[in-house]
Unconditional design. Structure first.
Length: 374
């Protein structure tokens, strides 16, 4: 009976959101007391940044697509708020769920909060302590206006308590991305699939490094991007590097005139952004990962692939303390030193952080059910 169902609006906007929303929507299917409504804000819109994730992860067609794509931060956030408010006023949900730290996360949480609609934030409590990162601003603000804060690790909980957030609102449930990863792993490990994926670029398992690079702090700064490219130039003489290139970085490389430099790096292979399954397959077979992504730090820890994080900090310290991650910044010597260690077979192995076991969505829905049907 649709009338008595708990209406929940789930928000997805950008590539790192889709693997977090998929397990929730799957779990909702087992709980007929909920009526999930999916809103895609449109921040990522290319097939390989968005559509392919819906297809591979079997995510339902969004009930609303707000069509808010590129734009400056204020513009992107503001336009998302204007359109999302219309959805909330029409649907009158009992809950809005936001995930991660992208601009749509804060935009939609803010709209819901002002309309007195409770907000659940999944992947709450992460802190890089770097207010220059747009994501850090989004995380802090979203957490402070959320009613249910689902954290991935113990330090997330500590961060929230230190900021004065009521303990009763915080729930330690583990990492929801691991739910997706565990579910999709058999497909990736399938021999036929694996060899098809690797063959496309003439790669052999453990004979290449995987690179992702898109943070504004790395790619919008000409000097820093140049240092990183020079470092990759040294590494690619020892091991092939495969780089699915983000649209932001592609633009910058062109603007800064680095295309010619890249072309002479024969073992540095740039390819278009990958879909979820191919990306995880490349990661699972890589000797190691070089990245400035947030999610990949967690995925490499889960798959036990050594990870060198090309940033000065991480909001995911558990991947360093427990997992396979090492923070190397844009420091050429440090990156080369850690690369050499990995190539000598001395890469970090790490362990699985607590509750990263594939049952996070289940825990979240159980808690929401208890709270919302009280
Ligand atoms: C956003 C998120 C970041 C996340 C990243 C993953 C914020 C503040 N940042 O950064 O946390 O790690 O997504 O990718 O929300 N573009 C395309 N096609 C697309 C998507 C983007 O060409 O499908 C272009 C945009 O037009 C823009 C650039 O890429 O020029 C950056 O996109 P945007 O979503 O604004 O920020 P990201 O750098 O992707």
């Amino acid at each position: 009976m649709v009338k008595n169902k708990i209406k929940v609006v789930c928000v997805a906007a950008a590539r790192p959101n889709f693997m977090k929303i998929a397990p929730l929507l799957d779990e909702f299917k087992k709980h007929k007391e909920f009526k999930p409504i999916l809103v895609h804000t449109g921040q990522h819109y290319d097939y390989n940044m968005s559509g392919s994730f819906f297809k591979e992860l079997n995510i339902q067609k969004p009930n609303y697509n707000l069509g808010i794509n590129a734009g400056l931060h204020g513009e992107q956030t503001g336009r998302t708020m204007i359109e999302f408010e219309k959805v909330c006023l029409k649907e009158k949900p009992q809950l809005v769920i936001v995930v991660g730290d992208v601009n749509a996360t804060i935009a939609c949480a803010l709209v819901a909060s002002k309309l007195h609609i409770p907000v659940a934030h999944i992947e709450s409590g992460l802190r890089s302590r770097d207010m220059k990162m747009p994501e850090e601003i989004n995380r802090i603000l979203t957490d402070h206006i959320s009613d249910y804060l689902f954290v991935t690790c113990e330090d997330g909980k500590k961060n929230l308590i230190n900021e004065g957030i009521n303990k009763k609102k915080i729930f330690f449930v583990g990492d929801i991305m691991v739910d997706t990863l565990k579910k999709q792993l058999p497909k990736i490990k399938n021999k036929k699939y694996k060899s098809k994926v690797l063959k496309q670029f003439d790669l052999a398992s453990k004979q290449y490094a995987l690179l992702t690079l898109h943070r504004p702090s790395n790619v919008d700064n000409k000097k820093r991007l140049k240092t990183l490219l020079e470092t990759f130039n040294i590494i690619q003489k020892k091991i092939k590097i495969i780089y699915p290139i983000h649209p932001r970085t592609k633009k910058r490389i062109k603007e800064f005139g680095f295309e010619k430099y890249l072309k002479q790096m024969k073992n540095f292979i740039t390819i278009p952004p990958l879909g979820y399954l191919d990306m995880i397959c490349f990661l699972n077979n890589a000797k190691f990962l070089l990245t400035d992504s947030g999610g990949l730090q967690e995925e490499s820890t889960t798959l036990k692939i050594p990870c060198l994080t090309l940033r000065h900090n991480t909001e995911r310290p558990v991947t360093v303390d427990v997992g396979t991650n090492i923070i190397v910044g844009a420091n050429k010597n440090k990156i080369i030193k850690e690369t050499n260690k990995i190539l000598c077979g001395k890469g970090k192995i790490g362990k699985q952080p607590k509750y990263w076991n594939g049952s996070t969505a289940k825990k979240i829905i159980k808690i929401l059910n208890q709270k919302l049907t009280k």
